[in-house]
Ligand binder design. Structure first.
Ligand code: BMA
Length: 357
């Protein structure tokens, strides 16, 4: 009798867990996969990696990361800035057709894809950095003068994201990272440009719209900028909520001294790691780098200890634009030093994660 009960119990547990697996969305599956990856190590990511590098532009299959290490980044970052206007190219001149193709290719090779969005200013028609007016967010929320206009902008984002499918036609998993660096005041959605309530309204309006368009493949990432002084109270003021955010990011560049960078990044990641653990979220260095890297030992001496100390999910140096590059390359002095990271067992590239499903 007891055995029958045990069997029944087992069957119920099995059945319900299978049911859960089946009901999982693409985004939830990605979350599970990322948890497994994080247990293995730290993914290297790079913005705009397959489009251009320090000495080349638009050579199919080429990548500064691959030229240097022999492998593609585990994570590739792309931007949607410009899609809202129906442009053919993003704000950095990359054709959306290519962004589509490379995002699909990265997914097909078992890599991870993340999208940010630097939309233009819907009120002034300036760019994302136009902070001349502090009523922009209000103007696009329900009842605002630009609400209708912004609906169209969101529609164009959704239309593009819906084209990103795997070869079976299923929507591919994407880490979506809107309204980044919102604790700074250099984007029209920044700290001094809207109230806490307006910011949350903005976040929710976009997220709800995309979900309602059937985009259940987006894992939302909330990524403020380097702060150095987070408190839970202040962080929660604009945090959209555990039901809305899967990954907490940190954009942390070394703009000033090495000591400041290490101190502030350490303080922030101490806070974020603790917060993420308590809230069962993942956390990552969603943007990072040292512009035109003047320190040929920066990767292994400055950044690597921080990565190791906190075990972030990934770190993503920004693009290798010739005038302003952040990622590694064989054509610049710190490239050799980056190879130490490549050779480290815990730093993961494309081939290291493709079998982790
Ligand atoms: C910034 C710079 C800009 C670029 C923007 C969006 O950090 O790299 O040149 O337009 O990111 O990629």
């Amino acid at each position: 009798m007891r055995n029958i009960f045990r069997l029944l119990l087992l069957a119920t547990v099995l059945f319900s867990s299978l049911g859960t697996v089946k009901a999982q969305t693409t985004a939830q599956r990605l979350f599970g996969r990322l948890q497994k990856i994080q247990a293995k190590g730290i993914m290297f990511g790079h913005q705009d990696d397959p489009f251009y590098g320090l000495t080349w532009d638009y050579v199919k299959g080429r990548s500064d990361t691959r030229d240097l290490t022999g492998d593609y980044p585990a994570v590739m970052g792309f931007d949607l800035g410009g899609i809202e206007l129906g442009d053919d190219k993003d704000l950095d001149g990359v054709p959306f057709r290519l962004i589509h193709d490379e995002a699909v290719a990265q997914n097909a090779r078992g890599g991870v894809v993340t999208f940010s969005w630097h939309p233009r200013n819907p009120l002034t028609d300036g760019n994302a950095w136009d902070v001349s007016d502090s009523t922009v967010v209000r103007s696009i929320l329900p009842g605002g003068v630009k609400h209708e206009k912004f609906q169209l902008w969101m529609k164009r984002v959704a239309d593009f994201l819906l084209t990103l499918t795997d070869k079976k036609g299923n929507k591919m998993p994407i880490i979506f990272r809107p309204w980044h660096e919102n604790n700074g005041s250099w984007f029209w959605w920044g700290q001094k440009l809207c109230s806490d309530e307006e910011f949350k309204g903005l976040w929710n309006m976009l997220q709800d719209y995309l979900v309602q368009r059937g985009l259940d493949n987006l894992l939302f990432c909330y990524s403020p900028n380097l702060d150095g002084n987070w408190t839970t109270e202040r962080f929660l003021k604009r945090y959209p909520g555990d039901d809305r955010v899967a990954i907490i990011g940190e954009d942390a560049y070394q703009w000033g001294t090495e000591a400041d960078f290490v101190k502030q990044t350490t303080a922030d990641l101490t806070f974020i790691k603790h917060f993420a653990k308590e809230h069962n979220r993942l956390f990552a260095l969603t943007e990072c780098g040292y512009k035109n890297n003047p320190d040929s030992t920066w990767w292994s001496r400055v950044l690597k200890p921080i990565l190791d100390k906190f075990g972030v999910l990934y770190f993503l140096p920004w693009r290798n634009y010739k005038k302003e590059y952040f990622g590694p390359s064989k054509d610049e002095p710190s490239g050799k030093n980056f190879l130490l990271l490549y050779k480290s067992k815990n730093i993961l590239f494309s081939k290291d994660i493709r079998k982790i499903r």
